[in-house]
Every structure is written in C-alpha cells, then in structure tokens.
Design a protein around this ligand. Structure first.
Ligand code: TXA
Ligand code: MG
Length: 354
C-alpha cells in the first residue's frame, strides 16, 4: 500500500487538511500529530475504518481506542449519562491531554470500544488534529501510531518507521509538545479512577474532585483478571533492546557511579550498550569520555524534558541496534515526572534500586 506523506507548512495547511479529511471520510487511515504523541486515526463511527487501525498496529481486538473530538457537541453524540463533574473537568482541561471514560452511546461501534459499554474521549489541543476532526466532520478514533507494544511515536519519522505501507497517509507536523500519552480518567466507576498517568497529574485533578483513586500500577503488565483498562495487560513501550532501569531511593543520591559500573562491566563483555541518561548523571560517568550510544533525557529536575526525550531516545538507541539500554531513572517524581517514571518502569525488563 502506498502511504501519502503530507508536509504541513502554512500555505499548504488548508489543502493538507482537506485531502486528509477526505481519506477519513472514505474509511481510510491517517496518522496525525496531537500534543501528546502521534495518533493513527480513522472514522470512529465506522467499523470498517476502525478495523484498519487494528490491522495496521497489530493491536489486540479487546484493547479499546480513544475517540478524539473537536467540539462539545460531538461529546454528547457519543457519550451519555455524563456526570456534572466531567463537565467541570472538560471546561478546565479541554482541549488538552486528558482522556475521560464515559458511558457510550450506541452509535459508537463495538470494535471502537473493544466491546465495552464505555468510551474513552479526548479533545486534543493540536491545531492539525482539531482541524482534521472538524473537516472530516466525525469523531476520530486514534491510538498511538506505533506498532502495538513499541514506544509511542513523537515525530513523523517514528510513524513512517512503523506504519509506512500499512496506512493511507501521515501528516508530518514536526515533533510533539509533550511526548507521552494523555492521562486516562475513568468516570464510570464508583470513584473517579486514574487508569494511566499523564501530564495532567493527580494533584491537578484533585483540585476538581476529591476521592480520586489510582487504578494503574507500574508493572510491565497487570494481571488480566484485575485490569480496569484492557490496555494494562499488554506489554508496552518496548524497544527491541533489553531495558535496564536504574533508580535511586532518594533524589539527592546520585546513581552515576552505579551506572558507570554497570556500563563498564557489560562493555567489557562486548555487549553493545545504549545509555539514556539525565544531564547530571551523564556528566559524571565514564571519566568524561562519552560513549557512542548515548541519548539525553534532559535535566533530572525538569521532567517535562524527560517526557519529550524518553520515547525518542528509546527509538534512537534501537536504531543503532544496541543489545541493552541502561535507563537513568533519577527523574523528579512530581507532576509529569510521575508519568515518565510509569512509562520507564513499564518498559523495563530489569530494575536496579540503589
Ligand atoms: O495521548 C493519547 O492518549 C494518544 C493520542 C493519540 O491521543 N492516544 C493513545 O491511545 O495513547 P492508546 O490507544 O495508545 O491508549 C489508550 C488507552 C489504552 O490503554 C486503552 O486500553 C485505554 O486507553 N482505553 C480506551 N478505551 C477505554 C475504555 N473504554 N475503558 C478503559 N480503558 C480504555
Ligand atoms: Mg498506545
């Protein structure tokens, strides 16, 4: 299959949105940028179109998709029994990286919701995403535009690597702003439950509703009989290389020595190692000699940098065919840092706590 690649620049914006929305109307698949990660979109209300997303990603059929909308009107068309607290959250956080789970209306087909009677909804803030949804004149179902299980794509090159030849089009809107996926909040449980952490943190949500429950773990996969979100029981964010996460018990205690020791020992055995390090810990190791395969997570106390760099770094190091990636887990565990650490732990094959 030929995948069209649209480069968005100002004089082509209108034509690109027009052509891409026509593909959506014709039951095709279009990858597009959102503020979090790139999504792989199709008409959420058309089962034939949505099936193409599952096929292209190799996604298990019981893992439901997020439905992206551009207007509040579309929310009422796909969801019912919307609690008043949801409307408060929507006014505060939409458009933006918050996905809420609500009761679905019947116009949303089973394939979109993985057979559930609930639907995940989000209004993205990215201009390309919003205009695409408006012009296609339908809600757009869009999981992250990666092959199932791989790190989410944060630029169009990542999408091309995973999806070229499998989907109809990719809109190249450059690098995303945030770099990790939206917060998922379930409002159909007895208490509001966070199913996935994201840029919008528990502290932000607590200002609007007390009694929020954490419904996710940081385990690589969760027990199938316990999960609230079907996606939780599948492996996530995995590069081809084996991933070793090094964490510190306290933020003040540097882990650079441990990273250096592990690196040297493995390097001596001839293992090809990639390093994903904070600026602080990179500075102190390896006597200032930078190894070949290193990628920066940014400053340890600025977790929004790590959010932008994590998936990018995993893919970059994978492209160099390293055997092992050592990941520096000394990211400030606050705000989006909580979500970054969640993704790192879910991706890790091995943890070392020092
Ligand atoms: O930032 C994002 O959310 C990106 C961009 C493209 O919007 N999308 C994204 O989609 O991350 P995806 O499919 O990779 O992750 C959606 C998560 C999955 O873990 C899925 O199981 C969960 O949301 N989910 C979707 N519908 C659900 C539902 N009705 N009930 C519980 N969990 C649901
Ligand atoms: Mg995903």
């Amino acid at each position: 299959k030929h995948t069209r690649i649209f480069n968005v620049n100002n004089n082509q914006f209108e034509q690109t949105i027009e052509a891409a929305s026509q593909i959506i109307k014709d039951a095709g698949t279009v990858a597009f940028p959102t503020e979090t990660v790139y999504g792989l979109g199709a008409n959420a209300l058309d089962p034939v179109a949505v099936n193409k997303i599952f096929r292209a990603k190799g996604r298990p059929a019981d893992n439901p998709l997020i439905v992206h909308i551009a207007t509040k009107k579309q929310l009422f068309e796909i969801a019912k029994n919307i609690p008043t607290e949801a409307l408060d959250l929507i006014d505060t956080f939409w458009p933006g990286p918050l996905t809420i789970i609500l009761n679905r209306r019947r116009c949303v087909p089973n394939i979109t919701t993985g057979g559930l009677d609930t639907v995940a909804v989000r209004m993205p803030s990215n201009r390309i995403a919003i205009e695409l949804i408006k012009r296609a004149n339908t809600p757009i179902a869009a999981p992250s535009a990666n092959i199932s299980g791989r790190p989410s794509p944060t630029n169009a090159q990542h999408v091309i690597a995973d999806m070229e030849g499998k989907i109809d089009a990719i809109i190249d809107g450059g690098s995303v702003e945030i770099g990790i996926e939206s917060t998922v909040l379930d409002l159909t449980s007895i208490k509001p439950t966070i199913l996935r952490p994201g840029e919008i943190g528990i502290a932000d949500l607590k200002e609007h509703m007390k009694d929020i429950v954490i419904g996710y773990t940081d385990n690589q996969t969760d027990r199938a009989d316990k999960v609230k979100s079907p996606g939780m029981k599948y492996t996530h964010y995995s590069p081809k290389a084996k991933l070793i996460l090094i964490e510190s018990k306290s933020n003040d205690r540097s882990i650079s020595q441990e990273i250096e020791k592990l690196y040297s020992e493995m390097n001596d055995c001839g293992i090809k190692i990639g390093l994903l390090l904070t600026e602080e810990n990179a500075k102190f190791i390896l006597d200032g000699k930078m190894p070949e395969y290193i990628f920066s997570l940014g400053k340890k106390n600025e977790p929004e940098q790590a959010a932008r760099n994590l998936f990018m770094g995993l893919r970059h190091l994978d492209n160099h065919d390293v055997d092992i990636i050592i990941v520096d887990g000394q990211i400030k565990n606050e705000g989006i840092g909580i979500a970054v650490m969640n993704r790192m732990k879910k991706a890790a094959n091995e943890h070392i706590l020092v």
